[in-house]
Design a protein around this ligand. Structure first.
Ligand code: D41
Length: 682
């Protein structure tokens, strides 16, 4: 690997890992399996080890865990919440014990007592009790600072409001919030039935439930807590960890009943093996066992290195694996039209869970692993409910097993499915007519920037779609037909129905740009919709030109590609939409019910960025400077390097410095990168 390649790889890894961290910690919706995530981090570490001078200021290795998300107040833990070093085999554990003995200067055969606690796969929290009353509860966050989720924690049965009997004046108690497997499955079933988001695994379900801004929602979620450690203490506590766990029980906390005191290394090894066997039968997910030296005085002497104590270690289990036959590869259509291949498997038990499906992510992944129908495959569950295919067993491949051929049409609506250059995802082009996408499309259609139909939000769209009243956007303007039946439904009254119908009627006349934007064609954000509307001026002209532009190489296609700021990728998306005859039929059906207003002529239009002087500063996180500049210029703006009185707008990347200050002095308007993307229609 050259230095240049290493730098590029580190930049890409930093961005990818940050994206995954955010998806995992802030949206509680991971994009990849834990194993894939670990592989990214390992690759990052390996490259950094080889090229230490290229370690980036924003390197994932410099960040620990999640930074607190907006919405909750930040809380500094009185004593930092440490992390844990990992052991993966007996040798690692033996070395952990040897290190303790070396540090304490005790003989090699000196016995060490450990408390073993199954390592719950949940999220750590910190509870502060003042004079025996719960004063504050926070998530672990980055270990130093977490989020104040006191109100949410108070809704949990297993979080005592007060500690009965004598207790220190101030004490921090730490533990793991989790959801049992049964509670998780029931919650997901209820979420799915209500058309709400389902969670990838119990850990994410627990995190998502605890981090609700509305504690009333948390109160309905089945969360559990096992307490396992103390933080700051003002007052006296027992001298051993095992006695401390007993004290926690006496105060009313649940402590994992499998926790136990072990007399030495041999017992720890046996405990590890027993727990690995018991794992599948437990009601909750664990990913290893934490071993903590029992003697608190020794713990204090040992202290910690970096952010991990020398006196504790998490001995992880190997990932749960199994072998089975891949019976079929079927295509799932997501709500946004993304096609995902899914492996249909001969049912197999993987660590106590009966598995019949595995995700195959995308066609590149299938090609890379050379997965074929009929193959014997090795599966792995690593914390996730949906398992991964680790590899195929090539020597067990049946004769005639053919490589996977990606579908050219959408299995839900038979429209063409296309994969744009440079993208891994194949997408259905049947935007308006694909049943798999209907709800999502309609939500966009009725949303604020589009038709802006008040009272027609996600919930009612789901309801009407479920009743078979809405198949495409035109049906919204035929809802009047269902007025009588709607009035008989729960939650609908004369007033709300009549308001909804009025809101719909008031939108029968619509400006061309909003109409175009509402169609939800990929890459056609509101800025591009405005550009198109201004350029083609009338709906009839736009429709005719788009039809002509479906022919590759036509004058209309190249004209479309060269409209200020539109570009080839967008031209391709528009062509793909218009090439599908049923999209066109749905469009005509809709247009016939509406009055679509012509756009104002280009000369009179006041383009939001046209003629403006822009300056970029700081590090843009989602695009390069040259791309941002090209886009701005395509929208008619001028881009300069320094802020002056003539600057109209300063776009602030990360770590913006003196230019931001200057802009403030000169009262120059500023926007964030996200706002800029919005303006530029990215
Ligand atoms: O069950 C757990 N997940 C667990 C996590 C546990 N039983 N004990 C733990 N003990 C600690 C120390 C030794 C640092 C007090 C932990 C964790 N830490 C922990 N959880 C997440 C990061 C660290």
């Amino acid at each position: 690997m050259t230095e240049m390649e290493a730098a590029e790889a580190l930049a890409a890894l930093a961005a990818a890992i940050a994206r995954h961290d955010q998806a995992y910690h802030e949206q509680d919706a991971p994009l990849v399996s834990d194993a894939e995530y670990d592989a990214l981090r390992q690759r990052n570490a390996a490259i950094e080890a080889e090229f230490p001078h290229l370690i980036r200021p924003d390197s994932p290795s410099r960040r620990v865990g999640a930074t607190p998300a907006a919405g909750f107040a930040k809380v500094r833990h009185r004593v930092p919440m440490l992390s844990l070093d990992n052991a993966f085999d007996t040798a690692d554990f033996t070395e952990f014990c040897a290190r303790i003995r070396r540090f304490l200067h005790v003989p090699e055969d000196a016995g060490l007592s450990f408390v073993a606690e199954p390592k719950i796969d949940g999220l750590s929290i910190n509870l502060l009790y003042e004079n025996g009353a719960l004063a504050r509860g926070a998530t672990r966050g980055d270990g130093t600072e977490g989020e104040d989720v006191t109100a949410n924690l108070r809704t949990m049965r297993t979080v005592p409001d007060c500690l009965p009997g004598p207790c220190p004046a101030l004490i921090e108690i730490r533990g793991e919030v989790f959801m049992t497997k049964a509670d998780f499955l029931a919650l997901n079933a209820a979420q799915a039935a209500a058309g709400q988001k389902v969670f990838a695994n119990p850990r994410n379900a627990a995190a998502g439930s605890l981090r609700q801004l509305d504690p009333a929602i948390t109160a309905t979620r089945p969360l559990s807590l096992f307490a396992y450690a103390l933080g700051d203490v003002q007052g006296s506590v027992p001298g051993t960890h095992s006695a401390y766990l007993e004290q926690l029980r006496a105060w009313g906390f649940e402590v994992n009943p499998l926790s136990c005191l072990l007399a030495g290394e041999a017992e720890a090894e046996a405990f590890q093996a027993e727990t690995a066997l018991a794992r599948a039968g437990l009601g909750y997910d664990i990913d290893g066992v934490v071993y903590k030296l029992d003697d608190l005085a020794l713990q204090r002497r040992l202290g910690f290195v970096g952010r991990a104590p020398r006196w504790a270690i998490a001995w992880k289990f190997p990932a749960e694996q199994a072998v089975t036959i891949l019976e079929d590869i079927r295509i799932q259509v997501g709500r946004t039209g993304a096609l995902t291949p899914v492996a249909w498997l001969a049912p197999v038990n993987v660590g106590g869970v009966l598995v019949t499906r595995a995700t195959l992510h995308n066609e590149d992944e299938i090609a890379r692993k050379d997965v074929r129908v009929g193959d014997t495959v090795l599966l792995q569950r690593a914390g996730d409910v949906i398992p991964q295919i680790v590899q195929v067993m090539p020597d067990r491949r049946p004769d005639g097993a053919a490589p996977f051929v990606p579908p050219e049409t959408c299995p839900a609506c038979c429209s063409l499915a296309v994969r744009a250059a440079g993208e891994v995802v194949r997408r259905c082009t049947g935007g308006l007519i694909c049943p798999a996408q209907t709800v999502e499309r309609l939500i966009h259609f009725a949303s604020r920037g589009a038709f802006d139909i008040e009272g027609l939000g996600e919930k009612s769209i789901q309801e009407f779609h479920g009743l078979g009243w809405l198949h495409g956007p035109a049906d919204i303007f035929r809802l009047e037909r269902h007025r009588a039946e709607l009035l008989t439904r729960e939650g609908w009254k004369e007033k709300s129905v009549s308001n909804l119908m009025k809101a719909i009627e008031s939108r029968r006349t619509v400006p061309l740009d909003r109409f175009i934007y509402a169609l939800g064609i990929r890459r056609v954000g509101d800025t591009n919709a405005k550009l198109l509307a201004r350029h083609y001026a009338s709906y009839a002209a736009w429709r005719a030109q788009m039809l002509a532009a479906t022919t590759v190489g036509s004058d209309e296609r190249s004209a479309l590609g060269s409209i200020l700021g539109v570009g080839k990728a967008l031209a391709d998306e528009l062509a793909a939409f218009f090439v599908e005859p049923r999209n066109l039929a749905a469009l005509d059906d809709l247009a016939a019910l509406l009055t679509i207003e012509d756009a104002k002529s280009v000369a009179a239009a006041d383009g939001t960025l046209s003629g403006k002087n822009l300056v970029f500063t700081g590090t843009l996180e989602t695009m390069s400077r040259p791309e941002a500049k090209a886009r701005a210029e395509a929208l008619g703006a001028r881009v300069t390097d320094s802020v002056s009185k003539r600057t109209d707008l300063l776009i602030l990347g990360a770590d913006a410095g003196s230019k931001a200050k200057k802009a403030a002095e000169l009262s120059v308007a500023t926007v964030t990168e996200a706002e800029w993307r919005e303006m530029a229609g990215f």
